[in-house]
Design a protein around this ligand. Structure first.
Ligand SMILES: Cc1cc2nc3c(=O)[nH]c(=O)nc-3n(C[C@H](O)[C@H](O)[C@H](O)COP(=O)(O)OP(=O)(O)OC[C@H]3O[C@@H](n4cnc5c(N)ncnc54)[C@H](O)[C@@H]3O)c2cc1C
Length: 470
């Protein structure tokens, strides 16, 4: 598909040859993400200008070569994998633009800027960029936009789509368009900005974004509540939120997660507890002082066996350390982590925990559960060893049942990790035949030759979840 002529045409567009990679060793670096499977691209390019992207897209469209945009490859659903070969556009090197406009309260950024850098730059002028995926120190804003990423602050502040007001996008046919703008209010025509956000690199390549910033909360405070019964922790979540208090973060860790963290690094966590909640409140100091006591009361009246309030910033970061250590802690037992983000309505959290317990027992799998319980976004994680094919087949079945349970309870396949290749087989289960077909029609009208990130979101006929080729 890619021959010397195509490589020469790419060199005519990207004059700096160092930004065109064809050595096998380089190609392997782009053959995987943070999920499953290894797929070699034919060539990798590292664009740093809109014009380069547009010209290369025209070329790819003309010769019908697949193009996979890529940020830092932290996707947990296979989004940047070149499953059909072709060209990988590595946009992570394009990080030169990070403009903070305090008056308009926006940031204007190029696609390769690291997400945490946007928040850090905003803090310097008394603002924040709220979306905070746990990968924010490594992932790019382009990847966040394409995946519509969220994080612990999603409960109060929403996800990436809630902060994007304008985009520059290169279409699959190599045209440059601008969507939205710089104003908070903009209702002109169809909302193409929101359509591109979350499209996982299948409709266009994001080359610039205008993001809203928010005033930095004046203060915050953290509390940890411990529960002997996980169902009580679910009730506590509902009671806190219905009491009129909206925490900035409300995270849950189940018993398996607590124990994994405690044996990884002893922090004095309650290893007998069935669940713990980590809750952060932010806002005016006087309001927080009042609200933290009320949250404590709600937890105690919902059978919390212990409530710890952090009195200093150090104590707070000590409590959050437990949550931060979850990822490294849980992979100590076995090397492969299948990280899901099936999301359910908040009221169904206790029922989902019950279903997850049944699935754990039925398939004899090591399943731990943590996540952003305040918005129903649980992260059931299965810890396995991908070299053990028999175990991986059980894991595949368990994952299928996790999705079935989430959909049956009125939830969704993904709260923030996207669909990519891994969840494509389940799309019809959530959207229905017609719903999925409407999405396909949008894809076909944007990208008639299916050159942009093919093999993602939409299932191939008969496609099933496969976790055994990685
Ligand atoms: C330890 C860990 C923790 C994580 N925690 C979270 C979390 O809390 N919340 C969350 O939402 N996710 C989380 N993730 C998943 C991942 O970090 C996010 O999906 C992130 O947005 C991916 O960014 P990236 O730069 O790595 O993009 P990649 O993984 O490289 O790409 C992701 C998708 O974006 C597309 N893409 C990339 N750049 C562009 C562009 N400029 N234009 C168009 N398409 C583009 C790719 O084709 C692909 O489909 C986590 C991942 C890890 C490994």
């Amino acid at each position: 598909m890619i021959n010397d002529t195509i490589i020469q045409l790419l060199k005519d567009i990207i004059k700096d040859e160092k930004r065109i990679l064809t050595d096998k060793v380089d190609l392997y670096s782009y053959s995987y993400d943070s999920s499953f499977g290894v797929y070699l691209p034919d060539v990798v390019v590292q664009p740093k200008e809109t014009e380069e992207v547009a010209e290369m897209m025209k070329l790819a469209n003309k010769y019908e070569i697949p193009v996979c945009p890529r940020g830092q490859g932290t996707s947990l659903s296979g989004g940047p994998l070149p499953v059909k070969g072709g060209i990988v556009f590595d946009l992570s090197k394009w990080d030169n633009k990070l403009i903070i406009d305090a008056e308009d309260m926006v940031a204007v950024v190029s696609p390769g800027v690291i997400t945490a850098d946007i928040n850090n730059a905003a803090i310097e002028v008394g603002m924040i960029y709220p979306p905070d995926p746990s990968s924010s120190n490594v992932s790019t804003i382009g990847g966040n936009l394409a995946e519509n990423s969220g994080g612990p602050r999603g409960l109060k502040y929403g996800v990436t789509k809630d902060y994007v007001i304008g985009l520059e996008v290169v279409t699959p046919e190599g045209e440059v368009i601008r969507t939205g703008g710089r104003t908070v209010k903009n209702v002109t025509g169809y909302d193409l900005t929101k359509l591109i956000v979350g499209s996982e690199g299948t409709l266009g390549i994001i080359t610039e974004a205008t993001l809203r910033l928010f005033p930095k909360p004046q203060a915050n405070q953290t509390l940890m509540a411990v529960f002997d019964d996980i169902v009580d922790s679910g009730r506590a979540i509902t009671n806190i939120l219905s009491s009129g208090i909206l925490p900035s973060k409300l995270e849950i860790m189940d018993n398996a997660t607590i124990n994994a963290v405690e044996s990884y690094e002893p922090l004095g966590l309650p290893i007998e507890a069935e669940a713990l909640l980590l809750i952060e409140l932010d806002g005016h100091p006087a309001a927080i002082e009042d609200e933290i006591v009320r949250v404590q009361q709600v937890c105690e009246s919902t059978q919390a066996s212990e409530v710890r309030i952090a009195n200093t910033a150090e104590e707070a970061s000590e409590l959050w350390r437990a949550r931060k250590l979850v990822s490294p802690a849980i992979v100590r037992e076995k090397p492969t982590k299948i990280s899901e983000d099936a999301t359910i309505p908040r009221s169904k959290i206790p029922e989902m925990f019950k279903r997850l317990k049944e699935i754990r027992e039925k398939y004899h799998i090591n399943l731990v559960v943590f996540g952003h319980a305040g918005d129903g976004n649980l992260h059931p994680n299965i810890i396995a060893d991908k070299r053990d094919q028999e175990e991986m087949h059980r894991v595949e079945k368990a994952v299928e049942e996790i999705f079935e349970a989430a959909i049956e309870l009125g939830g969704t396949l993904s709260g923030e990790h996207g669909i990519g290749t891994l969840k494509a087989p389940f799309m019809e289960m959530e959207l229905g035949e017609i719903g999925l077909d409407m999405m396909k029609r949008i894809k076909e009208s944007w990208d008639p030759k299916n050159v942009l990130n093919p093999g993602k979101i939409f299932p191939e006929p008969g496609q099933r979840l496969v976790l055994t080729n990685g």
